[in-house]
Design a protein. Sequence first.
Length: 318
Amino acid sequence: MASLAVSERKTAAADAATIPPTTFIPSAATGSMIPTDLSEEKRQKMTQLCDRLGDELPVPGRTDLLTLYRFCVARDWDLDETEKMLRAHVQWRADAFPIPRSYWEKDPLFLNGAIFPHGRDKVGRPIIVVRSGLFCPNERDLDKCIKAAISCCMDLFMKQGCFSKVTIVYDRQNFSMSQHLDKPLLKELASLFSDNFPESPHAAYLYPCGFVLRGIWAVVQYFFDVKTRSKVFMLADPESFKEHIDASQLISAVGGTSDYVFDIDAFTEAMPQIVVDPWVEKAPGEGVAGEPSVVAAGEGVGGVNDGSGEAAGESKDS
């Protein structure tokens, strides 16, 4: 695993030298393609998974091979456990959608600008900015916050054209334990991503770190699964962000040069009025139903291979 991490950093650095930070290129590194050298045994397990669920899995879900792959990876290719997880996910989708923007857009958490997407890391993964110093646990509505998170993720992937991993910039400046600590929100977000957006987080970079943060992490780390916990990194200073993210893609509060200022009106107006389940019905403006998905060449729907060789490099531990 260590060699893979080094390889990815080298690839990211090479990409950063030739590709504008705002460019998104589907690849194994962005999580938007199935590794080209996936074993026949694992391919067969994905087929068996579809067979087990049968008609319970909507047709777009059966052709969404990247999502099936991500669920298999999340359960270490244990077919019984993956089936259980995917069945729960299908039911979750039935319960969660549709989501009208009007339901959550006035929630104080988003009015405060505590969570929003902005920029891309050096490989092209979208960045989610979390500013815990703007959390408002006594004012926000937990269900509205979770529905907003679902809406934002689905909209991000639809606009991007496919699923990808995301990088989280977690800004703890001005955070107060007594005013801002929101364990219920963190627990629900952890459950949402672990259960229904598996393999989504690439990394979460937390700044500033210190005694208080390490104490909080000792408690809340157990809200996250083991794989997700391994992707959390505590940064000593803002300069540390720039190893992973170009300064132009970072907000100024964490040492970046982006002049972006969160605007709640622009943020909400950019979102669709209703977010529907793309496995069940087409979203407004979309021709056919189906979640955006990019998979390896030869896999069927949306085959893309960037030729970088990263897919072969990452699949060994998948």
